[in-house]
Ligand binder design. Structure first.
Ligand SMILES: [Zn+2]
Length: 67
């Protein structure tokens, strides 16, 4: 039996590298997902009405670049 639902659910992936958040949430739990990814070090940004996410590793690299 094959069950593929990933394409219907929001999966958080990094904009800068192939990393993705380990959990997949149903759309109704989007706010839980946002809270969880931020406590895990992800950085969500809303750009032109669309969400972009940066994984903890890339966030650290970006912060280091600013210093
Ligand atoms: Zn990344």
């Amino acid at each position: 039996m094959t069950l593929i639902r990933d394409d219907r659910q929001p999966q958080v992936t990094c904009d800068t590298c192939p990393a993705s958040f380990r959990h997949i949430y149903p759309e109704a739990e989007f706010l839980d997902l946002m809270t969880d990814i931020q406590s895990d070090g992800w950085r969500p940004r809303k750009v032109a009405g669309a969400w972009h996410h940066t994984c903890p590793d890339c966030s650290k690299t970006a912060e280091r670049r600013l210093l």
